[in-house]
Design a protein around this ligand. Sequence first.
Ligand code: KG4
Ligand code: ZN
Length: 339
Amino acid sequence: MKDIKILAIESSCDETAAAVVRNGREALSNVIASQIDLHTLYGGVVPEIASRKHIENINYVIEKALKDASCTLDDIDGIGVTYGPGLVGALLVGVSEAKAISFAKKIPLIGVHHIEGHICANYVENKNLKPPFVCLVVSGGHTHLVVVEDYGVYRILGKTRDDAAGEAFDKVARAIGLGYPGGPKIDKIAKKGNPNAYLFPRAKISDSVYDFSFSGLKSAVLNQLNLSKMKGEEVKPEDIAASFQNSVVDILLERAMLALEETGICKLAIAGGVASNSAIRRAFKEECKKREIEFYYPSPELCTDNAVMIGSAAYYEYKNGVRHGWDLNAVPNLKLGER
Ligand code: KG4
Ligand code: ZN
């Protein structure tokens, strides 16, 4: 069977990324120009700055991805690009670039859903992973519990009603003075803290056992900080970080395990930036071992935004016959499963 090589482009937030992926499973290159340092100055992503930086970086990133993979555009069978969800101006840079290359070189164009990309990162590092499996996607913008029924076929069990898990990490980190992006910083200092120092809430949604809510947890942390300040008590940021993280772990674990029980599926994957959190990985590994569930997770580099995951998702969409036309547009609030 002929190899299928996808040139993939990702620009939905603050990383400009390109990669060449073979047969959906093998990264021939993985180039990421991160803007994190720039946005750190402002305490979060500034959309207008992100779009401008994507324009500056995108050609260079694509050329490097082709060069690292020892390819030219003549070797490429499809162009995969994230077209939503994300920041509209940022997405438009990748989509316009992908359309231009696709038009000029007559290469099929495949628009990819960003969350589908996160899920597919698992295919690249776990060659044996095949649907069906349950996937928990936890990133800066999304928290979704999904049944991957087949390649490109998703059933959403639950999602967040308010903040995403990563957003909660970033907001709590800011409150305890750690700066952006907060997730990795909380992860680091929590190792030195007491996870039972504070009992933060584990909110449940009355009409959906699979939905998430993190805004109450974030508020509880902020209230605790205010209370301690008013009482003149010393607060150790390590204890706040560890106790907050402990609560997030419980919330995520409970719903993921329920999904496995109720669907009868014995495979679980996690994905998205927050999936690189060491406490989450540890707790999930332990619980899955106990329950004899196969547990899959990408390496930290493929958890956060990258184009390899988009190349993998695009490959399966390509195999399913998905092709987009010149009218492909950026869709900031694209729903998973929509084409
Ligand atoms: O998947 P991602 O790169 O971007 C989105 O699609 O949103 O996720 C970024 C998010 C940020 O909120 C960041 O704080 C969080 O992932 N994150 C982490 C860790 N590494 C990144 N959260 C907790 N622990 C980590 N180690
Ligand atoms: Zn992402």
